[in-house]
Structures are given as structure tokens and as C-alpha cells.
Design a protein around this ligand. Structure first.
Ligand SMILES: [Zn+2]
Ligand SMILES: [Zn+2]
Length: 254
């Protein structure tokens, strides 16, 4: 069977980049670290830059888009982005070689089938992606305020998924954020809590799902231990991996 491997090169509220690669080509979902930082992480994971054929952008927040322009220029690859998201970026951060898509569109990049779908988040045109290759599917589902029908539908088709597990309810409630920010994070256009992520996983996983990367953990309102403990009971059923803002995860075969 042809190889499909994935990792989170960075994940968290200060930078996100998810890698999906087959034998010949690979995609990045988001580029929310500097190009230099991302290139160091490619080296650390022995990821061949020449294989990377495109960057997909989920939304305009800096933790997802800040490195896209420079990295795409260096690697001479296009950036797939919706027009609204592009216009929401500052001019200095807009990619030079954008390819437009719509937030509910499927399209082909090389041998990958990319399914974009709109998500609820406080950005102008936020979307998630499910990427298919050789009958397998990888989801990147972070920055979602609520698991809407589209999220559930695409989640159920995944073999492996980067799933947001952003905050612990008690830590958020008792934590340092001002009230309006707490409201924002917990709202339907904010982020998914550990418990919401767990409920999505238990309620909507397909038979084929084998790996969940707990992703986009908040630095203030969550700890890796808390997120991990919520998912502990699912370890008999799935491989559950933590992602980190500090370093890439291992590459996992899908
Ligand atoms: Zn984010
Ligand atoms: Zn965001």
C-alpha cells in the first residue's frame, strides 16, 4: 500500500502547521510559524522540502497564516486560500501566488483530494480540511467553536485526525483571561474544549478511525495532562497522541 504519513509540525494557539505526505508529494495545512522555524522543523523530521507541493490556509489568524507568504516564496509553491481570507490578511502577509477555493469545495492537488468545509470560528471565512489519498482520509479540525453537522460528517470519514482539544472548562472559567475573552473562547465561534472533542470522538468516529492527535491546546486554559486524561478511556480503541507548540510530533503512518 502506498505510504501516507502525517505529523503536527506545530500545534497550539501560538502556531499551527500540519503535514500530510505520500511517497511523492506532500501538503501543509496552515503555516503559522515563521518560514525559518518551519524549515528547521522539516529538517528535524527529515521532511523533504522539495516534496511539498502546496500550503492550504484554514483562516487568517496569525497562528495559522504568519509564515505562508515567505515559505511559499522560498519553496516556490502555491497557497490555497479563500479570497475573503486572503483579503483579511495584512498586505505584508498575503501570499504572492494564491489559488482560490471556496470554503465548501473539493479539489485535487496532485494525487490528494482536498475537501474544504466551513467551520464556526471568529474569522471571516474559516474552513477545515479533510484530505483523501488512496482511500484513506486525514482531517485537520482545529479552531472550531462547535462540532457542527459538517464537522461530524467529515470527522466520521477520517482514518486519522488532528482534533482540537483547546481548553479545560474549569481552567478557562477560573483562569487569567478577561471575561469577554472567556466568553469568546467558549462560544460557538471560539474553540473546542477537551470534553467537546471527546464527545465528538465517541459519538462520531467511523470504524476506520485509528489515530487522534489532540491539537491546538491552549497555553493558559489547558494542560497536556488534562487533555490526555479526558481521552484516556479511548486508548483501547484509538491511538491518542498529544501535539505541542514546542516541537513536532512523530510522523505517523495512516
Ligand atoms: Zn488557532
Ligand atoms: Zn483561529
Amino acid at each position: 500500500m502506498s505510504k501516507l504519513e502525517i505529523c503536527a509540525l506545530a500545534s497550539g494557539s501560538n502556531g499551527n502547521c500540519y503535514y500530510i505526505g505520500n511517497d511523492d508529494e506532500s501538503l501543509l495545512v496552515d503555516a503559522g510559524l515563521s518560514a525559518r522555524q518551519l524549515q528547521l522543523r522539516f529538517q528535524a523530521k527529515r521532511i523533504d522540502e522539495k516534496k511539498i507541493s502546496a500550503i492550504l490556509i484554514t483562516h487568517e489568524h496569525a497562528d495559522h497564516a504568519r509564515g505562508a507568504r515567505v515559505l511559499s516564496k522560498r519553496l516556490k509553491i502555491p497557497v490555497y486560500i479563500t479570497k475573503k481570507t486572503y483579503l483579511a490578511l495584512s498586505k505584508a502577509n498575503r501570499p504572492v501566488d494564491p489559488i482560490w477555493f471556496e470554503a465548501d469545495e473539493s479539489f485535487i492537488i496532485g494525487k490528494f483530494e482536498v475537501h474544504a468545509f466551513a467551520k464556526q470560528h471568529d474569522a471571516v471565512d474559516a474552513c477545515s480540511f479533510r484530505v483523501g489519498y488512496a482511500g484513506r482520509n486525514v482531517g485537520v479540525m482545529t479552531d472550531i467553536g462547535t462540532a457542527c453537522e459538517r464537522v461530524k460528517e467529515h470527522f466520521s470519514q477520517c482514518d486519522a485526525v488532528f482534533l482540537e482539544s483547546n481548553y479545560d472548562d474549569d481552567m478557562l472559567r477560573n483562569g487569567p483571561y478577561p471575561y469577554y475573552l472567556k466568553e469568546r473562547v467558549a462560544s460557538d465561534r471560539g474553540h473546542l474544549s477537551n470534553v467537546q472533542a471527546f464527545e465528538l470522538a465517541t459519538g462520531f468516529a467511523g470504524e476506520q478511525l485509528h489515530t487522534i492527535f489532540l491539537s491546538h491546546l491552549s497555553g493558559e486554559n489547558n494542560t497536556p495532562e488534562l487533555a490526555d486524561s479526558v481521552f484516556n478511556s479511548l486508548r483501547a480503541r484509538f491511538r491518542v497522541e498529544l501535539t505541542s507548540r514546542e516541537k513536532p510530533t512523530d510522523l505517523v503512518l495512516v
